[in-house]
Design a protein. Sequence first.
Length: 660
Amino acid sequence: MAKTTVVRRNVGVFAHVDAGKTTTTEHMLYESGQIRALGSVDAGTAQTDWLDVERERGISVRAATTTFHWRNAAINMVDTPGHVDFLSEVERSLHVMDGAVLIVSAVEGVQAQTEIIWQALRSLNIPTIIYVNKMDRIGADADTVLLGIRKYLTAHAVPIQSPAGREDSFLGGQDLWGADPFVPEEERKQLIEAIAECDEGLLERYLNGENVNVDEWKLHLTALTHRCELFPVLFGASSKGIGVSALMDAIVDYLPDPSGTLDAPLSGIVFKIERDKTMGRMAYVRLFNGIIHNRDVVFNDTLGVEEKVTQIRKVDGHKVKDTGMLEAGDIAAVCGMHRVRIGDVLGCRAGVKQAMRLAVPLLTVQVHWANEQDYPRTVAALQELADEDPLLDLQWLQDERELHLKVMGPIQLEIMSSLLHTRFDLDVTFGQPSVIYKETPKHEGEGFIAYTMPKPCWAVLRFKIEPGPCGSGLQYDSQVRAENLLPQYQNEVARRVPQALQQGLHGWEVVDLKVTLIEGEHHVWHTHPLDFAVATPMGIMDGLVNTETRLLEPMLQFRITVPEEFGGKIMNDLVQMRGVFEAPVPHGGRMTLEGRMPAATSLDYPIKLGSMTKGCGTIATFFDGYEQCPPDISVTCPRRGVNPLDQSKYILSVRKALQS
C-alpha cells in the first residue's frame, strides 16, 4: 500500500490561559515565512484569532488551524483556547493530533488547565514537547518551573536546552547537543543519562565508556519521545521571538509523522464546523487513510448517508486556498456536506482515534431575547452555534417558548453574548446559571407498561433497572426473544431508552444504571413501530418510581494558594462549602491547600477569594466527577414537556391530541 510521501506534522498547541499559545503560534508563522508581518494578541491582529470577539477580547475562544512549512516539513498547527470555559475546543483538537506542544509560563508555572490537558495527552499517548515561555518576565525561574513540571506533570521531562540569562537578561536556550563550550556539562550529562536509563543496551554502552555520537543520542531521544517515555523541554520568550525557531526545529525532530495510507479505505473524522458566507457549512476533517478529491461522494458512517464534496480548502485565518484534494495524514476544510456534524466519521471507522472526554458543562442557563420579533432569529442563531459546539446542547422548548443552554462558566456566557451581537445582530441576556445535577437509581426495581389503549396501538414492555458503578453511564441489554418482540421493535426501544432517561423523577438526567428489557410483546394487527417510542418513556419512568433516585452533584478539585495570614479564614470557608482538603503546605510566607468541594457551593468563591486577599490569593479548579448529594439536599429541574407518569395526558400529548 502507498504511504504518504510528504513529511508532515499535525501538532496541537495547548496551555493554560495567558501562557502565550497564540503569540508563539504567531511567531512560528512569521519565522516560517507564512505571514509577512507579526500580529499581536493585545492589538487584536493575531492570525489565529480571527473571530471579532477574539480580536476584541485578546483571548482565543475557538481552535484555529493553520499550516506552515519549516525545513522539510509541512506543519498543520492547531492553536487551542486556554480558558477552561472553552475546554470543548481543546477536547476536539486532541482527537486529531499526532503530537503536542504544551506551553508553561515561566512565572505562573503549572496551572489547573495545564494539568487537565496533560492528563488527556497521556491518556491518548500523544508525544509531547514542553515549552517554557515568558522566560524574560520578572519572576521567571527555570528551576522552579522544572520542579513544578516534574511534580505535577511528569518526572520524565528532560531539558534539551540550558537557559542563558534570566528575566530581562534572558538570551535564549543553549542547545545541550551543541558544541558550545559554555553549555553546562552537568546538564548535558543529565540529559544523556535520562536517555540511557530508558534503554538497557544504551545504558550498558554508556557505563562502559563507549563513545556514542550526538546523532545517535538524538535518534534515541526521538524514539523515546514518540513512545511517550521522555518529554523534551525547551525555553523561550515568544513575545520577543526568542526560542521559537528552536521550538519549530524540535517539532520536526522529535514529534512523529502521521501514519496514513493513501490507497487504504477512506477513514477520517470531523473535528470542527464553521460556516462560510459563500460555501455554507465547512467541515474540518482529519483524514487517517485514503484520499478525498473535489466532487467525490463521501460516505458518512455516523449518519449513514452519502454527500458530495464541492471544494477542499486550506484555511489560515482569513486566507483560503483551494487544494482540490485531502490525503491521508492531512487536515483541511471540506465543503458541500450539508448534514455533517462534529464527531462524524467519514468512510470507515478503522484508524479513527478514540475520543477523549474532557469538557463537562456544569451549568445551565435560560436565554432571553430583546423582543418578540427576535425569537425565531435567536433560535436559528443558537442552533448554528450549537452545531459548532455540540456541548451547548441547546434545548428548544417550543410549547413553552424557552431556550436553554449548557455552559462551562461565566466567561463562555460573555463570549456567547458578544458572538450573538457581532455575528447575528442579536442582543440577548442569560438567566442566572444553575448547577447541573444528575440522578441515579437507589436500588433495583422494575418498570412495566401495557400501552394498548386507545386503539389502534399495542406495546407491552417490562424493564429491569439496576444501579451501576459510579461513572458507568448507561448499560442497556435485552433478554426478549425475537418471536415475542420483533427485532425492529426492540431496536426502537433501545433507541428510546437513552432519551427517556434524560429527565428523571427530579427532572435531571439519570446515569450510572443498567436497564434490561426482560419482557416485550407486540400485536400482529394493532402494533405500529411508533407505539414503542410512546411506551418506552412510560415504562422507564414507572421503573424509576419503583427504584427511586438519589441526586448526584458535580465536584471540583481545587488548589488554593494564599498568604499564610488568610489560611484560617480560607479553611473555615471550605468547611462551610462542604469542602474536604489535605493539610496546608507552607512555602515562603504563603500556603497551598488542595482538596475537593461541590460546584454548587463554590460558584462565586473565586470572586470572594480575590476580594478577601486583595488579589494575592489564587484558586485553580477543575471538574472531578459526580458524587452523591447529602440526603438533606433536594433540587429539582423544571420538566420539559408532559411527564410520562401522567400516562393519559402523555399519550394525548405525543399523539398531538392534547388541548392547550
